[in-house]
Each structure stands twice: as C-alpha cells, then as structure tokens.
Design a binder for this molecule. Structure first.
Ligand code: PLP
Length: 462
C-alpha cells in the first residue's frame, strides 16, 4: 500500500482531475454479493487501480481549483497510516494517554501559530460543521438558565435567536436547526457590496427581536465566506455581542489557516472577543481530511454541555486529566492530532507560511489578469486565495444568458480534465470560483488555467 500510495501521488498530475465517471459506474464493477469465504488481500492494489481510481476526483492535483482545497500533505498521510495501524481510541486519557497529550500540545502550538491569546483552548473535532454545532449548543445552554448548563430550550420562555450573514456557510443553518433554534429564529442578515454582513441590519434585527420579546443568543461571524472569502466586521460584531450578551462564534474554516501569516491577522481583528472559533486544518493547511480545530474561551462550559459520566467510563485519572470525550459529541475519538503534529514537524511554521504566501500571490496574479482583460469581470474582492470571475461576451446583458454562457464555459474547462473549478451564484449573478491552494499548484498551473478559461470563453461564445 505504501508503494501504491507513493506511485499514485507521482502520477496524479497526469490523471483527469475530476472523475469522468457516470452515476452507477463504480457500483457496476463491484460484486453484488459479499464473498462467502475470506481470502488474502492480494490483488487489492489492482482493484484500487481498476475500480476506485477512475472514481476519484483528485483533490491534491495541481489543477484542482474547485470548492476549497483539502490538502493531504505527505506527512499527514503517514500520520493517518500510523493512526490506523495503532488503532488507538482516545475517548479518555487512560484509553491512550498519547492521543490526549499530543492533541493538547499540538493545539497549543496551533494557538500560538495563529496568534491567538492564552485565553483560548483548542480541541480537535472532525469537521467545521460539528465544531459550529458544538458552538451553538454551548450558546444555547449558556443563554438558557444563565449558564446553568442543560436547561436547554425547554428552560426558556423567550425564543432564542441566532444571527449570521446571508453568505454564511450552510453548516450554520444546519447547526441552528439541529440545536433546536428553529428556522423562525435564524436571521440571515443581508450583506454589503463586498458580501460581508451589514452591521446596521444586524443591529436593527437585534433591536427588533428584543422589542418582540425574543432573546438574541448567538451570532456567527464568517471570516472568509465560502463563495468569495468575504470577511464579516468582527470587531463591530464583538461590540454588539458584548453589549447584548450574545455568544460570538467565528467561522474561519478556510481563512483561519492564513492567520499563520501575521500579515493576514488584521482580517480577524477583534478575534480576542470570540467565545468560540473554528478553522479547518483539513482545508488549506494540509492535515488531510478530517481535522477541524475548535477553540473555546470557557472549556469548563464546553465540558458541562458535552459530558456524561456513566460508571463504565470512570478511570483512576478522572479529575487529573482531560478526557476528550467530554469536549465534543462523539464518545470514541480517532488519534487525529498525529496528522497535525507530523505536518508541523515536517513543514515547520515557516514552510506553512511560505506555501500560504505563494497561494496569496498567485491569486493576486490571476486577479491582475482578470482586471486587465476585456470581457472578464472580477465579482468579489480577492481577500485570500479565491478569485471570483465571470465572462461577459460583447452585447450579452441578460442574466439568464450570462448564466448559461458561464456554466457552459465551466463545463468545457472541467471536461478537458486538466483543471477543475466550481460555480456559485452571488446576488443572482452566476460566477466561477477559482479557488487556489492545492499544495501542488504553482503559478504555472494558475497561468495554464487562465489560458484554458480564455480559450474556452472564445470557443463557447462561438
Ligand atoms: N464554514 C465554511 C466557511 C466553509 O467554507 C465550509 C466548507 O467549505 C464549512 C464551514 C464546512 O466545513 P466542514 O466540511 O469541515 O464541515
């Protein structure tokens, strides 16, 4: 398997970045029934090549410009192999002390790497969706019965309200619904021309809710939205949260990694006021999926919300150690910290900074080309590594036509197999997102993509 993984990574750049398969193609190649008798795993690499590889979209490919990157740097691949080989389960300190203590130390490293103050404590979750769900559960419990955790929604007479921008990731809506706030108590506040939350409208919504007898409970600031990496006004939101006693959660799932570079930190000015923060090292940083970093200011509150204490989980060390099952939703825990530890050991902080700066510079290069080329429009500020564009053929003004044209252009580029990018709709307008940041992507790849976009725009416009 080691040989196979090494070989795959060597030839990945020559494979079509997006899987060309049709629905059902993989299932057809698998036997319908399980084998009755077990056998050796001999031949498994052949099956991986034949059945699995054609059905893989290569997220670590240099031509991957879709979604956000999900880098799986080699050190983290090796760490994941060690994790699986050890088969350790870190629900309690005693069930594998190394799993808890490596996590404690690397999350401290990460806190310092990001420039976060010592008032924050980090814990690893699987995804940003889970981290945000934990945040809204903590906010709910903090509001209800004034911090006497576990009052839950039943302890509230007034409905509790959550605020985020209309550009917030769908995981916020999902978390709010799962945490029981209800759709009627989720306010998605309109955004400004740069796609950031409008403070005036947030303030007005809070005032309205208070006047109607509802209770503002949590607000989520997006530092780097999914569509465009827009940055919400965190410092202003922090002031509102302090004034009204509202839990402040920061979703920096993608942009958080950039904070390893001190020059990016003005983007999250006011971060010291957050009650909770999520960022995903499994996106841009390189730990491989999945590893989400969740920082909280009041770990005792998180533990109060998340812990249960059945007798079959008691250990001698309880009270002296962290039992990380009390820091999140699942009981069982993979040894994810190994991935972050290996990554930081192998790259060093400077190595990670250099890669982030390379990607930021490549995005600025692409932005300059778009601005200098007739027929192309830049659709959002380039705050980080995502460049949002659209092509406007001469005389085409109808939004539906522009939409069809840009989607056809996107399909033409994706179908060719060298590059992969994804669309989005921004205030009713179709855009193409060029999300730079796969570890393997160099300037030459961005140049190649730009050439491919221009060629496709000519072909599609016909
Ligand atoms: N928040 C933002 C801003 C995102 O862009 C994403 C995913 O792209 C998420 C949350 C959800 O991340 P996860 O897949 O880790 O739940």
């Amino acid at each position: 398997m080691v040989e196979w993984i090494a070989g795959y990574r060597e030839r990945m750049a020559d494979l079509p970045v997006m899987s060309p398969l049709e629905p059902g193609d993989v299932k057809r190649m698998l036997p319908a029934a399980p084998p009755l008798k077990g056998g050796s795993l001999e031949g498994v690499t052949g099956d991986l090549d034949r059945i699995v590889l054609p059905g893989i979209t290569h997220w670590n490919h240099p031509g991957f410009f879709a979604y956000f990157p999900s880098n799986s740097d080699l050190a983290s691949v090796l760490a994941d192999m060690a994790c699986a080989g050890l088969g350790a389960q870190g629900m309690s300190w005693q069930t594998s002390p190394a799993a808890t203590e490596v996590e404690e130390v690397v999350m401290e490293w990460l806190r310092v790497m990001l420039g976060l103050g010592p008032e924050f404590t980090g814990v690893i979750q699987d995804t940003a969706s889970t981290s945000t769900f934990c945040a809204l559960l903590c906010a709910r419990e903090w509001s209800s019965a004034f911090g006497q955790a576990r009052g839950g929604l039943q302890a509230e007479e007034a409905p509790l309200v959550v605020y985020a921008s209309d550009q917030a990731h769908s995981s916020i809506e999902k978390a709010a619904l799962l945490a029981g706030f209800g759709r009627n108590n989720l306010r998605l506040i309109p955004t400004d021309a740069d796609h950031a939350l409008r403070m005036d409208l947030l303030e007005a919504a809070i005032v309205d809710d208070l006047a109607a007898g509802r209770r503002p409970c949590a607000m989520v600031a997006a530092i780097g939205t999914t569509a465009t990496t827009a940055v919400d006004p965190l410092a202003g939101m922090a002031r509102l949260s302090a004034r009204h006693g509202i839990w402040l959660h920061v979703d920096a799932a993608m942009a958080g990694t950039a904070m390893i570079c001190p020059e990016c930190r003005p983007m999250w000015e006011g971060i010291e006021s957050a009650d909770s923060i999520v960022l995903n090292p499994h996106k841009w940083m390189g730990t491989g999926f999945d590893l989400s970093a969740y920082f909280v200011k009041d770990p005792e509150h998180l533990i109060r919300v998340m812990s249960t204490n059945p007798s079959y989980l008691h250990t001698e060390q309880d009270g002296q150690v962290k039992n990380l099952r009390d820091w999140g939703i699942p009981l069982g825990r993979r040894f994810r910290a190994l991935k972050l530890w290996f990554l930081v050991r192998s790259q060093g902080v400077e190595g990670l900074q250099a890669r982030i700066r390379r990607d930021l510079a490549n995005a600025q290069w692409l932005k300059a080309q778009v601005l200098a080329t007739g027929g192309w429009e830049l659709m959002a500020p380039v705050n980080l590594q995502t460049v949002c564009v659209r092509h406007v053929p001469v005389g085409m003004t109808d939004e539906a036509e522009l939409r069809a044209h840009n989607l056809a252009l996107l399909a033409a580029v994706n179908k060719a197999g060298t590059y992969y990018l994804t669309p989005s709709v921004l205030k009713g307008r179709q855009i193409l997102r060029v999300s730079i940041g796969a570890s393997a992507t160099e300037l030459a790849d961005v140049e190649g993509l730009w050439k491919a976009l221009i060629e496709a725009s000519m072909r599609v416009a016909g």
